[in-house]
Design a protein around this ligand. Structure first.
Ligand SMILES: [Zn+2]
Length: 334
């Protein structure tokens, strides 16, 4: 990978290059899918869709900065807006999966999760003729209680997940406190790319994603990103297209839900613009490929013994049982 001309000078030059990077990701869902608004799936079809216009803003910004990102597409969106998914792919971005019905995994069983993920895969494949190798759970809902999802994802042929928030969220709805901060292997052939945190007074707090990006001042976010990069921890920035749409409809929900969903919507575009100027980004697929080809794991930077939660099964090689699946390098070529 080429040296990053935008990388801040505070970055430790001795850190492994492919890890001292930012990843840019988006969860492709409409404003009414957001968990904080609690709109039941039975009402989604009646809601005024704004995903196309939000995605116009996202795609034109990325084009302006010649940046590729990973898009975790909700299967429901791929089913209703197939041409949008094709547009994302044609622009050279990575298409990954965000499930179909946007249900947190705490409300699902392994069996209903398999059905949901397979339905999303079918919708995405039929829309964009590509098979996602990456997954993000709605509401970052993979933790100690739902780590069975790693087995399901590996069995379904995924190569990575990016759902774990290694910090407790303020409303305690998600978070896997004390899980690793760096990308790490969670199963023999499945990687986890955790969401970014900042340690403050001995506590990890979420940064640079969704509401945390909108609510925190820009200087705090960039300070947190720089600190992570300096330690060789890649930063997975995550944004929802509806966060760049300040004129979206307002719905009645709890006060906490309103605060989390609507605060500082007008600042997202300029914050994203600033991040695109300050850092250079890669997709998760690109970073996974770099990690595997650079042999960073072999250098012991991600010790396997630290990657497993208590309820997780041990890493095992399934020699001879491995399904055919796309490699990270060739899975998606626009
Ligand atoms: Zn989502």
């Amino acid at each position: 990978m080429a040296l990053d001309p935008h990388r801040p000078s505070s970055v430790d030059e001795t850190a492994p290059r492919s890890l001292s990077r930012c990843i840019l990701s988006f969860d492709v869902e409409d404003w009414f899918h957001a968990g904080n608004l609690r709109v039941p799936p039975g009402h989604w079809a009646e809601m005024p869709s704004r995903i196309e216009r939000s995605m116009d803003t996202v795609l034109s910004l990325l084009q302006e900065y010649d940046t590729k990102a990973t898009f975790f597409v909700l299967g429901w969106i791929a089913h209703r807006h197939p041409s949008l998914v094709r547009r994302i792919r044609r622009a050279g971005h990575e298409i990954a999966s965000h499930g179909f019905w946007h249900q947190p995994l705490h409300h699902m069983t392994p069996r209903t999760f398999v059905e949901d993920v397979q339905r999303a895969q079918m919708a995405i494949e039929s829309a964009a003729d590509t098979t996602p190798i990456g997954f993000r759970a709605p509401s970052y809902s993979i933790d100690e209680r739902t780590s069975w999802a790693f087995d399901v994802l590996q069995d379904l042929g995924f190569r990575y997940d990016s759902s774990v928030y290694p910090a407790r969220s303020p409303h305690k709805r998600y978070g896997w406190q004390n899980s690793p901060l760096r990308p790490h292997r969670v199963r023999s052939d499945l990687w986890e790319f955790p969401l970014p945190t900042l340690s403050l007074l001995g506590r990890r707090v979420p940064v640079a994603t969704g509401a945390y990006l909108r609510i925190a001042p820009r200087t705090i976010t960039t300070w947190a990103i720089d600190r992570n990069l300096k330690r060789g921890i890649p930063v997975v920035v995550n944004i929802h297209p509806w966060e760049l749409d300040p004129d979206q409809p307002r719905t009645r929900t709890s006060l906490a839900g309103r605060l989390l969903h609507y605060t500082n919507l007008r600042t997202t575009r300029s914050k994203l613009d600033y991040l695109l100027r300050r850092y250079s980004f890669v997709t998760i697929q690109q970073m996974l490929q770099a990690i595997e080809t650079d042999g960073i794991v072999a250098q012991g930077l991600m010790p396997k013994t630290k990657v497993l939660g208590r309820s997780a099964k041990p890493i095992h090689g399934k020699i001879g049982e491995k399904r055919e699946r796309p490699s990270t390098g060739a899975a998606q070529k626009p």
